[in-house]
Design a protein around this ligand. Structure first.
Ligand code: SF4
Ligand code: MSK
Length: 676
């Protein structure tokens, strides 16, 4: 008997991922294969051997008290009539799924907003001149943010209006901004940046955030055993916290980063694992905060460090990024993108990564195990994000000795160059990218220096050349083929004349496919969108930055409303959102702030409320009547894009501009009549 058991154990050897089935990206396939050759396990293999919990996937497992977990799977035949499922305390499937859903919003909003708070603290230190390493870089943006936060930018002296001292404005702006996280009364100041109609709707619904932290804390309170047991009331708080993220913590993070590090303008670079260089020190920066990585860019460009690298036998230093730190550095400095979330282990498997420096969010603990098989140094830098493995080095970064910390890290990477032990194998694949389309630069691209405007976009939506706009964002998910959903959804959209705004790991996926170049317009787009992109000289997929920069999409949507001709609110014009390969709680928070801002938002892979059909119907259908935006789900990428296009067409019809689209191939006289 014992022998039979032993034999079964042997037979149950771990499965290895099929590289082609695991990733759409050829560079990644090559590295997965290499991992197998070297006996290095990656997330792709683990996904083969560990399947997700069926009840957790449905969102109906509750472990909010010590009597659980209470598991309420959907009966196989579906729910007919009364739903008898209950947890020990009587919590229904709706209550459990809603509590779990808004706890995901809390997790995501906390991650974005705590990042934002860190930026605000560095901004305050810079404004007060408590650090020599950070300075105000974008004064125009500072003045704009000061005005939004109610900080005076002028002063009256002897009846004369004078410009106020910039340092004074900076300190007061930083103090007011930081106060947004925990002020005791009032409402979040940035919600007034939304279209007036949206603000009034939120006010009527009672979902205006009071401060950022309070909305997150209240979710944890309400979802404790025996508190809020009404899914509609739970979602009211979920909505308020999501607004506090999108129009609060994330938006402030983006704005303050722009003030400190510069507002993005179009910049060219390259993307994919092929950006690493065998003869150079490869320093990869991974995570989300530009505070440290900006300093690493500055230090690694000094002649002293380049000479030091040469003294160790390298030809220089090649910086590249993974996840959203990559997007931050790309949009401000043109630093190449090494890869997205599912490529972090693969970058080490090249054997050429001399150091991977990580800060917060989306860092897999397994990179430390992979690094043990190579010479790579994994360096954690943030006090809240450490790893237990003994090969991980911690260099605790602080804005008060930022340059010193960055120098230490860059030197570590250089010193490690000569320790490479495995044969280096860097995939050749890489693509050209044009990034850096913030709200300001997009207005400039569309209207020029003197007429910065979104109206060019509006008029092309009205005349039908551009069918609508989609925000496509979010992660990779090892439960689906890496990058395939991202790329297919975006290609289907642009083929149908939908302009795409992208951030996060979707942006990196699109970059590796060559979709972030103006030249891609004539290859992949419908005639109307191709014509507009070629005329303006922009890619059909505009890179707007990192996860917190999804707030730029909200502001771009607001600019379209302000430019006129497409209704009075975000919910009225032809726009849709998508996260084809989402996996993080941040994605749920982002999705929900898109929805309550009036955007129909479709997620792929799986949806975490499927075990509670009544609650899911509330999110997917009833929300549209309340907020003008609602959730949707579709795992198939082409059908996913078609759902978005159908919504865009519905909005065009409601606006009465559907006829223009039907006549897109009309003659010049017809066009002129339409434009008049
Ligand atoms: Fe079960 Fe209720 Fe406790 Fe959740 S809160 S684990 S449903 S008893
Ligand atoms: S990095 S949150 S996997 S987008 Fe922002 Fe990518 Fe999602 Fe992380």
């Amino acid at each position: 008997m014992a022998e039979v058991k032993e034999e079964k154990k042997v037979k149950k050897a771990k499965k290895l991922a099929d590289p082609v089935a695991a990733s759409y990206d050829v560079a990644s396939q090559e590295m997965i294969l290499r991992a197998h050759d070297l006996g290095v396990e990656t997330i792709f293999d683990r996904a083969e051997n560990m399947k997700p919990c069926n009840i957790g996937v449905q969102g109906t497992c509750c472990k909010n008290c010590g009597m659980g977990p209470c598991r309420l799977p959907l009966p196989k035949a579906g729910i007919e009539g009364e739903d008898e499922r209950k947890g020990l305390c009587g919590a229904t499937a709706n209550t459990i799924a809603a509590r779990n859903f808004i706890r995901m919003i809390a997790g995501g909003a906390a991650a974005h907003s705590d990042h934002g708070r860190g930026v605000a603290e560095v901004f305050l230190a810079a404004a007060r001149k408590e650090t020599d390493d950070y300075h105000i870089k974008d004064i125009d943006k500072l003045l704009a943010v000061a005005a939004d936060l109610g900080v005076d930018t002028t002063v009256e002296e002897d009846g004369e209006i004078l410009d106020r001292d910039i340092d004074e404005i900076a300190v007061e702006t930083a103090e007011v901004a930081l106060n947004e996280w925990g002020k005791p009364e009032g409402e979040l100041l940035y919600v007034k940046k939304a279209p007036a109609a949206r603000y009034e709707l939120w006010k009527k619904l009672g979902v205006i955030p009071r401060n950022i932290d309070r909305e997150i804390v209240e979710i944890m309170h309400r979802t404790h055993i025996g508190v809020d047991q009404n899914y509609k009331n739970l979602m009211k708080q979920g909505s308020r916290a999501a607004i506090a993220d999108g129009w609060g913590g994330s938006m402030l993070a983006t704005d303050l980063q722009d003030i400190l590090f510069g507002t993005p303008y179009p910049v060219a670079a390259e993307a994919n694992l092929g950006v690493m260089k065998e003869d150079m020190v490869n320093l990869i920066i991974h995570g989300h905060e530009p505070i440290l990585s900006e300093m690493i860019v500055s230090v690694s460009e000094t002649q002293e460090m380049i000479d030091y690298a040469k003294s160790k036998g390298a030809n220089g230093i090649q910086l590249s990024g993974i996840c959203c730190t990559a997007n931050e550095l790309l949009q401000r400095h043109g630093i190449p993108l090494c890869g997205n979330f599912l490529q972090q282990e693969l970058a080490i498997i090249t054997g050429a990564c001399d150091a991977m420096v990580v800060d917060i969010q989306c860092i897999m603990q397994n990179i430390a195990n992979v690094a043990k098989c190579f010479h790579t140094k994994v360096i954690t830098t943030h006090p809240i994000a450490r790893m237990e493995q003994d090969n991980v080095i911690h260099v605790e970064f602080s804005e008060h000795h930022a340059r010193e910390d960055a120098e230490k890290i860059v030197r570590m990477a250089i010193d490690n160059f000569e320790n490479r032990k495995a044969e280096v194998m860097i995939p050749k694949h890489k693509s050209l990218v044009v990034a850096g389309f913030g709200v300001e630069s997009t207005a400039y691209e569309l209207g020029g220096t003197f007429r910065k405007t979104f109206f060019t976009l509006n008029s092309n939506i009205i005349n039908g050349r551009v069918r609508g706009v989609a925000g496509v964002v979010g992660c990779n998910n090892a439960r689906c083929r890496h990058n395939e959903g991202h790329i297919q959804v975006v290609k289907e959209l642009i083929k149908n004349d939908v302009l795409v705004l992208t951030t996060g790991c979707n942006a990196i996926a699109c970059a590796t496919e060559g979709l972030l170049t103006p030249e891609s317009a004539k290859v992949y787009c419908g005639d109307g969108l191709a014509e507009v992109c070629e005329t303006v000289g922009i890619p059909p997929v505009l890179h707007l930055g990192s996860c917190v920069d999804n707030s730029r999409i909200l502001l771009a949507a607001t600019e379209v409303v302000k430019a006129g001709g497409l209704g009075n609110d975000i919910s009225e014009w032809p726009v849709a959102g998508s996260a084809p390969e989402w996996m993080s709680e941040k994605a749920i928070s982002i999705g929900h702030y898109f929805v309550v801002s009036g955007v129909y938002t479709v997620f792929g892979v799986t949806f975490p409320t499927s075990g509670a059909p009544e609650f899911q119907k509330y999110l997917f259908e009833d929300f549209e009547k309340i907020y003008g935006g609602m959730w949707g789900f579709e795992a198939d990428p082409v059908k996913h894009a078609q759902l978005m296009i159908a919504h865009i067409d519905k909005k065009r019809k409601e606006l009465g501009i559907d006829k223009a689209r039907e006549r897109v191939l009309m003659d010049m006289a017809d066009r002129q009549a339409l434009e008049a």
